[in-house]
Design a protein around this ligand. Structure first.
Ligand code: DAH
Length: 339
């Protein structure tokens, strides 16, 4: 046994000495100290040894075990040391494309930029930002907006229901009555945030998109305010010469209801491919807030009147930045985002 141990000592000290890298050392370590390694195998033989040999073999075994362990550890350090020295002296030579790497300057997502500009514009007119939940009750998303359960107008929105009462809000209008109840009148709020619909995706439809809701309630507010604010918005964000047009359109929460069109920014009203020859682009739904909705918000429709709109910032950003596919915005494609 004594000879066997000395033999292993000699063989392995030599192996450790010759090891070139950490990987080789790991292999040696496992051969010796692994579960099925030499050391365990040797210990298993101890019970078979004659009793009188044990007092000598035991300490020798322990000594050599320790010696091998220390030798491996020392060698590990020596190998690492060589690596560190190399790092200090070696120069990293950058060639080709690597040399082209410049410091990259980050920036806001194009939609965020667009929305920040929008928020600035309307804060100047005294509108404050308001938030409403993405997951909401159908009461807030539909019921309080004059679209009771079972009303066919609910079909206008391709809704993602979570259960029979909860849904992913289909529009930012879910904040209208909330804001009325929270602040009362006079009221000037805007909600710019995400909405969700079960859409058939294409270049103009995305399941997750932004809306810009604006609510203005006071004594004597009329469609004239809506026309003015639409023009103010278009001139600032799409171009000084861009006109706004209101067209009759049905939404259950407004009376009268309107579609808000901007003059086509590409053909300036003459008619082109983008506007389908019409000369105008539909950018929002809007109107005079329905008396029932005002009442739901605790506001007397005989004294106060209000306008509201819901714009599609993504569609507007598509026009402003010449983006042909709405799905690009959520794609996270750096080529698109840094263009
Ligand atoms: N919420 C409507 C939609 O998503 C858009 C809209 C229409 C908002 C009329 C309004 C409004 O505030 O008055 O289609």
């Amino acid at each position: 046994m004594e000879e066997k141990i000395s033999q292993i000592q000699k063989e392995y000290l030599e192996k450790i000495g010759k090891a070139q890298n950490l990987k080789e050392l790991d292999v040696i370590f496992l051969e010796l100290f692994g579960k099925n390694g030499i050391i365990n195998a040797l210990s298993a033989e101890f019970p078979k040894l004659p009793k009188e040999e044990l007092p000598e073999i035991g300490p020798l075994f322990n000594k050599i075990k320790k010696e091998l362990e220390t030798a491996i550890e020392k060698k590990r350090e020596a190998i690492r040391e060589v690596g560190y020295k190399k790092l200090e002296t070696e120069k990293l030579v950058l060639q080709g494309d690597a040399l082209q790497l410049k410091k990259r300057q980050g920036h806001f997502h194009p939609v965020t930029q667009f929305e920040k500009e929008t928020i600035d514009l309307f804060e100047k007119l005294g509108f404050i930002q308001f938030e409403a939940p993405h997951i909401d009750t159908d009461e807030n998303n539909f019921g309080l907006l004059n679209i009771p359960e079972g009303h066919p107008a609910r079909d206008l929105w391709d809704t993602l229901y979570i259960d029979s009462k909860l849904l992913l809000r289909t529009h930012t209008s879910n904040g209208q009555v909330r804001a009325m109840r929270k602040y009362g009148v006079p009221l000037r709020i805007m909600i710019i945030d995400r909405c969700f619909r079960y859409e058939n995706l294409d270049a103009r439809h995305e399941h997750t998109f932004e809306q810009f809701e604006l609510v203005y309630i006071d004594k004597g507010v009329s469609m004239a305010n809506l026309q003015y604010l639409s023009e103010y918005f278009f001139k600032a964000l799409l171009g000084q010469d861009i006109q706004a047009r209101l067209r009759p359109k049905y939404f259950p929460f407004v009376e009268p209801g309107a579609g808000v069109d901007s003059e086509c920014i590409f053909c300036k009203g003459k008619g082109c491919k983008v506007c389908g020859g019409i000369g105008w682009l539909e950018l929002a739904g809007a109107g005079m807030i329905h008396p029932t909705v005002l009442k739901n918000g605790g506001i007397d429709p005989n004294i106060y009147s209000g306008i509201a709109w819901g714009f599609g910032p993504l569609r507007m950003a598509m026009l402003k930045y010449g983006v042909e596919d709405i799905r690009k915005f959520l794609s996270g494609d750096l080529k698109f985002l840094t263009k």
